[in-house]
Ligand binder design. Structure first.
Ligand SMILES: *Cc1c(COP(=O)(O)O)cnc(C)c1O
Length: 373
């Protein structure tokens, strides 16, 4: 067993090359072979190489990689649910996951509720006889709320429910939900695992038994990943520890500086002692608090001007890459919500979500300060 930063880099010596050779063949000889390689069988060498790496990083037995984070989410949900079942989602899951529930699960007579994960008693009171899954996401988007994974897993065990968590914002470097009692951890690899704004993929890590169940649906649903992307992911994972370490440190530094800035009304970052779930975050994110932070401008009318004045930080959607990106959730990820619902969630017009990259933190701070001035 190596430490995580070594596991990001090291490939077991299966080949003469240090890297896994790219395997692109979809037709493979079957005479004399017990296993037939095929991308949608999730068994090619390139898929296996990154799954093994992610399993070591997440302390799981088995996993699968998918063509997007959304494919990972939908495949996991559809492999465990059937008509008549019920799911509890934490209120602040990714917008695409909310849409998946409302627009797809409902077609199959699968019901669901969105619950505030901060209130454990509340969660337990919403469990129904037909509830099968508690689905969480932590830290959440865009307000960086923290779900207490140990507490949720204790409730789920009492009621024999499956627990699934979207750990995209944390990465395996900062948080390992399987060690906190969760059954399945999933990632939008499009964000930190890929890390360069040029790949779209998803990943699931779990036990061998649960992977076998997910696998049967995954083959039918067909969201598998191709060899060329696997190769780029293997390359990306080699620098994951370095990138996340820098992003953790810079995000904390920027959060502290923004907190003291006169033009900023509020900063959301789980690493700040004033964050409402700071103590839970410190316990369940031993690696760091992540590279995402949000802040609110005192003068919301200035938000678009502020974005236009930035020289280094790029106003762009998506997150988790080496370049720092920023967006205004009320005009992007949450634009389709009715205003009253948006405000209820705390997504005001002055709210900005910053994904801290690996640039020099002083340069990032100067860019923010100049635009705030
Ligand atoms: C982006 C994202 C997803 C969806 O992933 P895709 O790769 O875009 O399909 C799911 N969860 C979170 C938290 C995300 O940020």
């Amino acid at each position: 067993m190596y430490r995580k930063d070594t596991d990001c880099v090291y490939n077991p010596p299966r080949h003469q090359g240090v890297n896994t050779p790219i395997h692109t063949s979809t037709a493979n000889r079957y005479l004399g072979h017990t296993e037939i390689l095929y991308p949608r069988s999730y068994n090619t060498e390139n898929q296996n190489a990154i799954v093994e790496k992610l399993c070591r990083l997440e302390h799981g037995e088995a996993g699968l990689v998918f063509s997007s984070g959304a494919a990972a989410t939908s495949t996991v949900l559809l492999s465990f649910l059937q008509a008549g079942d019920h799911v509890l989602f934490s209120q602040e899951v990714y917008g695409g996951t909310t849409k998946l529930a409302i627009e797809e699960l409902s077609k199959y007579n699968i019901s669901f509720d969105f619950v505030s994960s901060a209130d454990m008693a509340h969660i337990e009171s919403r469990i129904k006889p037909n509830t099968r899954i508690i689905y969480s996401e932590t830290p959440s988007n865009p307000l960086l709320s923290i779900v207490d994974l140990e507490a949720i897993s204790a409730i789920a065990k009492r009621h024999s429910l499956l627990t699934v968590v979207d750990s995209t914002f944390a990465t395996p470097m900062n948080q390992n939900p399987l060690l906190l009692g969760f059954d399945v951890v999933l990632h939008s690899g499009t964000k930190y695992l890929g890390g360069h704004h040029d790949l779209c993929f998803g990943a699931v890590v779990t036990s061998q038994h649960l992977k076998d169940i997910i696998y049967r649906s995954a083959v039918n649903l067909g969201g598998s990943l191709n060899g060329l992307d696997c190769y780029l992911i293997e390359r990306s994972l080699k620098t994951l520890a370095l990138r996340v370490e820098r992003q953790n440190a810079s995000a904390l530094q920027l959060a502290q500086a923004l907190q003291d800035h006169l033009a900023v009304a509020k900063v959301y970052y789980p690493g700040l002692p004033g964050h409402p779930h700071h103590r839970v975050a410190a316990r369940q994110m031993p690696g760091g608090f992540g590279g995402m932070l949000s802040f609110v401008l005192k003068d919301a009318a200035q938000t678009e001007d502020f974005l236009n004045r930035l020289q280094l930080i790029v106003p762009a959607l998506s997150l988790g890459g080496v370049d720092s990106t920023i967006c205004q959730p009320s005009k992007s990820s949450h634009a389709s919500l009715p205003e009253s619902e948006r405000l209820e969630l705390g997504i005001t017009d002055g709210l900005l979500r910053l994904s801290v990259g690996i640039e020099n933190a002083e340069d990032l701070l100067q860019d923010l300060e100049a635009a705030l001035r």
